[in-house]
Design a protein around this ligand. Structure first.
Ligand code: GDP
Ligand code: IMO
Ligand code: MG
Length: 426
């Protein structure tokens, strides 16, 4: 029996690249879809048959009724938000209980983690990260401090463990002078979420996944966030708190590096970022407004305006290198329809010095652009690469040459159906 593979589908910029859409499109090719990092800070949009879903913790493979979905050990999970998300899917006719397995090692986000998230942000003042407020940083901090609670803990002596961690958080909040909060109703819902979660298969997903791989089953690892938000490789400290890269697939699912197959790197035909932090390609003019409005660039979780700019090849090269990307997927090219000129950032410049590589400190760098002719056609109605206007085909070829990696999928609209497979060598 040939051993199965874990293919990774990773956001390689600042998140919101369209991971949910492509995971949903790819799911029929796999036996299992697994999330390996992050939690309800993610918002993955899936649109098909006139319906729209935004998933936060549940993998985007859930709409294919025959497939197993796993929330892996590298994830963090908020029982109340999980319950709301799962109930919405159940109400829409998707049976989850037999098909969604949750790692007993994933960490729990407590209501007090969310208060701590707000308190730490408030204490940072102007240097605030602009988090999603979902308690992500404090939960991963507790994990690293070895004080966290894991999903498996809800099955053993839970009230005592919960009370101890909550008391610890309350003490920190008192020390921070952050006492003006009330979690009583939130906590009630959270406890209901814990009861609800008990009805799911809480298990050792590491052994389960490795057993399935040994049986020749194939797994799609669904990334959350993006490489530039990775705790090690992103624009620290303006990052999330998990490992969002291929390395994170191995630790966040408990699979060996030898099991990794394809690494799909997903990016938009332009750039966005939500939250604070360096973003050298950011535009502040009408181009930014136009991209935001046509691309609906508002956060799926928080509704905040996403910051917009041209595509950033410095960031893409860096992410391709770190992740070992084997194929690129370019999203939202349709949003650039109608521009006379489009631009690509090929290097950063500061104090007269240029770099093609990602600097340690991305503050204060200016983009060096290459201008390319745009296209006037409507890409969203196209169904094969033969229909692409020449200038768009040239844009794709330019990116492939610069990035030394094939672009094999092009998305030209939010719907499942608006996805074009390309054969770069044909
Ligand atoms: P994710 O977090 O990476 O899954 O991405 P989000 O769901 O946060 O953001 C992607 C947004 O772009 C969603 O609103 C999608 O419906 C939308 N979208 C995805 N692909 C395309 C595309 O090719 N064209 C357009 N116009 N919208 C797209
Ligand atoms: P998906 O999976 C875009 C950003 C936040 C903030 C920083 C830290 O939908 O692509 P956190 O709450 O994680 O501590 O916030 O990271 N951020 C995201 N931006 N897409 C996401 O997820 C994000 N998850 C976190 O805006 O700047
Ligand atoms: Mg998103």
């Amino acid at each position: 029996m040939t051993q199965g593979k874990v293919d990774a589908l990773l956001g390689i910029v600042f998140g919101d690249e369209g991971k949910g859409k492509v995971v949903d499109v790819f799911t029929p090719r796999y036996d299992v879809v697994a999330r390996f990092a992050g939690g309800p800070n993610a918002g993955h949009t899936i649109i098909f048959d006139g319906k729209k879903f935004v998933l936060r913790s549940i993998p985007s493979g859930i709409f294919d009724k025959g497939k197993l979905n796993i929330i892996g050990n590298g994830c963090v999970i908020a029982p109340d938000l999980f319950m709301a998300e799962a109930k919405e899917l159940e109400a829409a006719g998707y049976d989850l209980r037999s098909r969604l397995h949750i790692s007993s090692r994933a960490h729990l986000i407590l209501p007090t983690h969310r208060v701590l998230d707000r308190a730490y942000e408030a204490a940072k003042g102007k240097k605030a990260v602009g988090t999603t407020g979902k308690g992500i940083g404090p939960t991963y901090s507790d994990k690293a401090s070895r004080t966290g609670l894991r999903v498996g803990d809800i099955l053993r002596d839970f009230p005592k463990r919960y009370a101890a961690l909550k008391a610890r958080h309350e003490q920190i909040l008192r020390d921070l002078n952050y006492t003006d909060y009330d979690i009583s109703s939130e906590e009630q819902l959270w406890m209901q979420g814990v009861e609800y979660m008990r009805q799911f298969c809480i298990t050792d997903t590491v052994t389960e996944l490795n057993r399935l791989l040994a049986q020749g089953k194939n797994v799609l690892a669904e990334g959350a966030q993006g490489t530039m938000l990775d705790i090690d490789h992103g624009t620290y400290p303006f990052v999330s708190s998990s490992s969002t890269t291929t390395g994170g697939v191995c630790t966040g699912l408990g699979v060996s590096p030898r099991s990794i197959g394809e690494v799909y790197g997903i990016f938009k035909a332009y750039s966005t970022r939500v939250g604070a932090g360096p973003f050298p390609v950011e535009l502040f003019d009408e181009t930014s407004q136009r991209i935001r409005s046509i691309g609906h660039e508002y956060g799926a979780v928080t509704g905040r305006d996403r910051r917009c700019g041209w595509v950033d090849l410095v960031a893409l090269r860096y992410a391709i290198m770190i992740n070992g990307v084997t194929q690129l997927i370019m999203m939202k090219s349709d949003v650039l329809d109608g521009f006379d000129t489009i631009r690509a950032c090929v290097a950063y410049e500061r104090d007269g010095q240029q770099t093609p590589d990602m600097p340690f400190d991305t503050e204060g760098w200016q983009p060096v652009y290459r201008d390319l002719p745009g296209w006037q056609e409507d890409l969203s109605s196209m169904t094969s690469e033969e229909q692409f206007p020449k200038t768009f085909a040239d844009y794709i070829n330019f990116l492939e040459t610069e990035l030394q990696t094939p672009i094999t999928i092009l998305s030209v609209g939010p719907d499942r159906a608006q996805t074009i497979t390309r054969h770069p060598n044909s």
